[in-house]
Design a protein around this ligand. Structure first.
Ligand code: ATP
Length: 195
């Protein structure tokens, strides 16, 4: 079974593309969602987060995401430290999850595939490309947040053009090309490669 990564910047449309793969019956692992769950269920990880970021990061044994976000999004070193704790746990979880699926290929949707080094676990990586201005606009609309907040979040990700060059396939979600036919073609190609 092939293991496929699906990545792209904030607001590029990764989740939208992932849902199109799901319509084809392909199992999708959503790394962001999974990481949030793991931070509540992995005891060793919880203890490490408390050790480095303080007891106030958990309330009634559940992650206080606002508190943790306040700490790490103001400080690049702290964000890097948190990622160095959470990424290995998520990579392990994704690997185990993918092994359990019964499908010609599975997809792991994650914003930070190259940043976390998880491409080594994957057979191919698909990039979802959209220009920065469109990504900012989509994210502001979706999350009802200010432009500056979106730009701040973008600063933690590697340059989009570089990221796309690292990918094996690119889906253009730039309002110039239709999305569904691109995903349909990729699905056929991946089925072929899985054979
Ligand atoms: P994040 O990394 O922030 O989770 P993402 O890459 O998963 O973002 P999506 O959530 O899929 O991006 O898309 C961002 C927003 O843009 C969503 O509200 C989605 O509905 C919208 N969107 C994405 N692609 C399109 C499109 N082709 N046409 C219209 N709206 C779109």
């Amino acid at each position: 079974m092939l293991k496929i990564g699906l990545t792209g910047g904030i607001g590029s449309g990764k989740s939208t593309v992932a849902r199109l793969f799901e319509i084809h019956g392909i199992p999708v692992y959503y790394a962001d969602q999974a990481a949030k769950e793991i931070m509540n269920t992995d005891e060793a990880l919880k203890q490490q987060i408390i050790h480095h970021f303080g007891t106030e990061t958990y309330t009634n044994n559940l992650l206080n995401r606002t508190c943790l976000a306040d700490i790490v999004f103001k400080n690049k070193e702290k964000l890097a430290l948190l990622n160095s704790l959470v990424h290995p746990a998520t990579i392990r979880d994704a690997h185990n999850w993918m092994k359990q699926q019964n499908s010609p290929y599975t997809v792991k949707e994650a914003a930070l595939i190259f940043e976390s080094g998880s491409q080594v676990e994957l057979d191919y990586v698909i990039g979802v490309y959209a220009p920065k201005s469109l990504r900012i606009h989509r994210t502001m609309q979706r999350d009802q947040v200010a432009r500056e907040d979106v730009i701040k979040r973008m600063e933690n990700q590697i340059d989009e053009e570089i990221k796309m060059r690292l990918c094996d396939f690119v889906v253009y979600n730039d309002e110039q090309q239709l999305l569904i036919p691109q995903v349909n073609r990729l699905h056929e190609q991946l089925l072929e490669r899985a054979r």
